[in-house]
Design a protein. Sequence first.
Length: 648
Amino acid sequence: MRRRVFLGAAAGTALALLAGRRGAAAPTTNEFVFLEAEGFDDLGGWVVDQQSMDQMGSAYLLAHGLGRPVADAVVRVTFPAAGRYRLWVRTRDWVAPWGAPGAPGKFQVLLDGRPVGETFGTKNADWHWHDGGTVEVGAETTIALHDLTGFEGRCEALLFCRDLGFEPVNDVAAIDAFRRRLLGLPDRPDDGGTFDLVVVGGGLAGTCAAIAAARQGLTVALVQDRPVLGGNGSSEVRVWPEGTTRVAPFPHVGDIVEEILPDFKRAGMMAGKTAEYFADDLKLRVVSAEPTVTLFLEHRVNAVEANAGRITAVVAESTRGGRRTRLEGRLFADCTGDAVVGHLAGADYEFAIGGNMGMTNWWRPMDAANEKHVLACECKDKDALTAAFQQGDHEQPFPRCPWAIDLSDKPFPGRGKLTAQWPGNGLYGTDDPLGNLGGWFWESGFDKNPIEDVERIRDNNFRAMYGAWDALKNVDKLYPTHRLGWAAYIAGKRESRRLLGDVILSADDFRARKNWPDQAFPCSWHIDVHSPHPDYDTGLEGTEFISRATDGEHFKYGGPYWAPYRCLYSRNVANLFMAGRDISVTKEGLGPVRVMRTCGMMGEIVGKAAAICVRESTTPRGVYERHLTALHDLMRLPGDFRAARPAS
C-alpha cells in the first residue's frame, strides 16, 4: 500500500485541511496515519466500488456478501509511535435515506485481531467521519475491516490522530485536497502521452471504437474505470448484448462486435448468467493484441482541458491510487454512457430528471442441494458451501430484513406463478418463478438523477432484492435449500445525458423510416422505453423496482434501420465523437439505439471516421461534409482489415 505514516510540518499542513470550519484551531500534533480502504494490501471479500467517485472524491470498499459476512480486508501499518490515537472511519448507514431500521451494513475495525469498541456503518444517511473513539496501537499494527453481516457495508478511509481532540470535516473538496497532500500525489498529472484518438469508456462502444481506430493505423488511448472491459456486457453487470449486426448494405459493420463477444448459441435470456458467458478475457485479449492501443484500466476521467471549442486533453484518475494522468489527443470519443467528457468540455446535451428509464442490478438465486449449482457458485464463501454440500447440509436460512423494502404482503414477479406483463402482449419472464427474480425488469431510479444518485438507485435495487428474498424464504416458507448466488453491485444504466450532434434522431424518424445519406449503423431493437409497472408500484411510490417495457404497433418500425453518422459527433465541440447511449437522440429515440451490439457498431464507425479525420486533416463533421464516400468505403471492408498509419 502507499505511504501511511505522516510526520512533520508538511503533514501538519495537510491535517489542517481537514480541520473543518474556518478559524478552527490547528492540530496540536501532526502525527497521524491515513488509510484509504481501497488501497489495503488484501481486500479479502470486499470489492472496490467506484460508481460514486465523482460525488465523494474516491472509490470505496463494499462488503457485497449477499447476507453472508465477507472475508476481512487487511493491511499492516507502521505507526509514528505506539500509544493512544483517535480513530475516524469514513462510512455511512446505507439504508438511512429511507428511514429504515437496522443499519445492515455493520462492520468492525480490528487492531491486531481485536475489535475497537465502536461498530461502524450504523449512523448517518450521508458519508461522514464516524468517530471510533480512542484506541491503543503498537508501533506495528495489523488493521482489518471485519464485516458483520454481508449486507453491503462500506468504508472509504480510516484516520488515526495523535491529537485526540481533532475532528475532521466532511467537506468533499477538503477531503480530496487532504488525501492528495497526504499521499504525496503531485499537483500536476503525469504525462500519459499524446494520441490520435482518446476513447473514454470501455464498454462495447468504446472497446470497438479503439479496435477499429487502431486497425486503421491510429494511436489510441482507451480509458476504462473498471478492471474489465465490456461495461454492461461484462461479467460485472451481465446484460446480454442485443441488436442485429452484419446486415445489408454494409454487412461488415458488426464484425468487431462479434469478434469480441463469446461464440456460442444463445439459449434464452442470458442476462445474469455466470461470468464465463461474458468473456471478459476475450475482450481484453483482442484489445491487448493491438500494438497501437494503450489501455488504462481502473482509471476514471474527471477533468477535461478544452479551448476554442476543441478538447486538447483529458485527465484520468486511478480508482485505486488517486494518481492522475493527462492524455493529450487530436480526437476524443465519449463512450462513457453518462457523457462525462462532453459535459466537462461544454458540449450541448439534453438531460431531464423524472420519467427516466431506471437501472438494474441483475441477481439470481441458486440451489445449495444441486451439485452443479454449488460447483458453479460465485459466492464469497464457496469453500464453506462446497464442504457443507459434501456433508449433506443443504439448508440455507436467511435472516429477516426489516430495513429492506417490505414485500411481505405485496406481489412481485417470482412470487408464485406471478410474472410481469407487456402492455397488451401477455407475460414476460419464465414459467419457473425463480426465473422471474432479478431480471431486467427489476429496475429502479425512475425519478432519480442517474449520475448524482447512482449509489442510492443501486441501493434501492439491493433493498428490493433482499426484501423479495426475505418474503419468499421467511414469509412464504419456500426454497429452504436455496440462497442468493450472485448479484451485480455495478448498476446497469439505461439512460443519462445525451450529447447533441448535427442530427438528433427521434423515434418518429424510426417510425417513418426516414432515409439518411450518411447511413452508419443498423438499429433493430424496438422503441423500448421503460417506466414503473403499475401492477407493482402501489405503496412503493418513489421506490418502485419493477418496470414495464413499451410494446405494440406504435413502438415498432420494421428494422433493421440505418441511423445517420451525424448522431455520432458533437455539434459544438469540433473534435468530439460519441458512441453508446450518450449519442444524439431524443429521449424516446434512445429506445432503439441503446442495446449493446448496436452501441458496439457505433464504436466501429467512430474508429473508422477518426482515421479519415487524421488522414484528411479534418473534423468529425468534415467527414460527413467532404468524405462520406470514404467512410462508406471503409464500412464495406471486413472488421479485421488493417491499414497503414494515415499520413498526418
